[in-house]
Design a binder for this molecule. Structure first.
Ligand code: PLP
Length: 417
């Protein structure tokens, strides 16, 4: 009998047969409160009626028209509509099907455009599992071990993980930013000279690296160095984008800082495989024709799902809801943590919330984090872990989550912890 690969490790034993809003149901119709959203993907909840309707309509008209052969209406309309939410100046889009593919597209563009070989990434980064994206990933050896050699030219600089640097080195948030920027300057002076450096790739909120937001001043510091040295600044918002953090893009918490390339996926199409890079047309033009592409890139049904997702986000004010419910969630979780010192830090922003588990001496405690996550699953609350040491339990409910569902999740979490 064939079976799924034994290396596929599931965080929960659930076999889902249907989903509705914040809930998944198994074959016995047991209901689970889903605070994982398929790893931050089903932004409008499971099977939002407007997304379902758009997908059904599109599937009956045209499923696939590969963009190197024919263009189609959903692709063109989506390109126009994304202009309403993208940072000014990023007026050119290229579509592929997954986050990793989009990261690879940004990597190819950066090397083509600058003619430089190296890329700087930051401690705790996760950019995907394809060989280029895995090379950019430092959120734990599990993503890289035994698959190398990976692509050369990747250099790692410090990320100002305020909680960890505060716990380990006693640094304030401000001092952590200074420490990280000095580390970057050192990398540029000693390992990867600006003339050799094509781009810096950064997540405005580390995702798999533990839900760690970049503190104020860090992205501005990167922007300043990128401008000074002619290095491209790439924001990977695959996990943090599309309203997840209570702003449309997480980098909008950093006043006025705009990337040269923005990478988006996950929440973009409510669960349909679609990703994109956005950049100024003059920059996008510097990729060699034919160097970018993917058979399923810009799939018509996925584009229709993305268009419906944009409508739902606007009409149901989901970015505002993410900010409001995110505050309610972090407030509730902080109350739980106050009575459970093993949860050493609770942090947002928005609906991208991490609970970091530590031992009394401040060292990471993955065993207790994983036990709490399992206990929550037993109570019907689905959660995931993340972090370099897998000691962070993350909560990423769909942006349609209600105050009652937040309160229910906090109550279940309190029991689990
Ligand atoms: N970049 C970030 C920030 C991510 O969080 C992820 C996935 O979790 C990826 C890239 C890779 O995306 P995918 O799994 O769709 O290839």
């Amino acid at each position: 009998m064939t079976q799924l690969s034994p290396v596929l490790k599931q965080a929960t034993p659930v076999v889902a047969v249907r989903g509705e809003g914040l809930h998944l149901f198994d074959a016995d119709d047991r209901r689970y409160l889903d605070f994982t959203s398929g790893v931050g993907v089903t932004s409008t909840g499971h099977c939002h009626p407007r997304v379902v309707e758009a997908v059904q309509r599109q599937a009956a008209r045209l499923v696939h028209g590969q963009y190197t052969t024919v263009l189609h209406e959903p692709l063109l309309t989506l390109t126009e509509r994304l202009g309403e939410v993208l940072p000014e100046g990023l007026d050119s889009l290229f579509y592929v099907a997954s986050g990793s593919e989009a990261v690879e597209a940004a990597l190819r563009l950066a090397r083509h455009a600058t003619g430089r070989p190296n890329v700087i990434v930051f401690d705790g980064s996760f950019h995907g599992r394809t060989m280029g994206a895995a090379a950019l990933t430092t959120a734990g050896t599990r993503f890289r071990a035994g698959i190398g050699p990976l692509i050369p030219g990747v250099v790692v600089a410090p990320f100002p993980a305020a909680f960890r640097l505060g716990t380990d080195l006693g640094l304030s948030e401000e001092a952590a930013v200074e420490y990280a920027l000095r580390g970057l300057d050192h990398v540029l002076a000693t390992v990867s000279a600006p003339a050799e450096t094509a781009a810096m790739f950064v997540e405005p909120v580390l995702g798999e690296g533990g839900y760690v937001p970049a503190p104020p001043g860090f992205l501005a510091g990167l922007r300043e160095r990128a401008d000074r040295h002619g290095i491209l600044l790439v924001f990977d918002e695959v996990q943090s984008g599309f309203g997840r953090t209570g702003r449309f893009w997480a980098h909008q918490y950093h006043d006025g800082v705009v990337p040269d390339v923005l990478v988006t996926a996950k929440g973009l199409a409510s669960g349909y495989p679609l990703s994109a890079i956005a950049a100024p047309t003059a920059l996008m033009r510097k990729a060699w024709p034919g160097s970018q592409g993917g058979t399923y890139g810009g799939n018509a049904v996925a584009c229709a799902a993305a268009l419906a997702t944009l409508d739902v986000i606007r009409d149901e004010r989901l970015v505002e809801n993410a900010a409001e419910q995110g505050r309610r969630l972090t407030d509730g979780l902080r109350k739980v943590a106050a009575g459970a010192p093993v949860v050493a830090d609770v942090r947002g922003p928005g609906l991208m919330v991490g609970n970091e588990f530590c031992r009394p001496d401040g060292t990471p405690d993955p065993a207790t984090a994983q036990r709490a996550q399992q206990a929550a699953a037993g109570l019907g609350l689905l959660l995931l872990t993340c972090g370099v040491h897998l000691n962070v339990v993350r909560m990423v409910p769909a942006l349609v989550v209600t105050a009652e569902q937040i309160d229910e999740a906090v109550a279940l979490w309190s029991k689990a912890v």
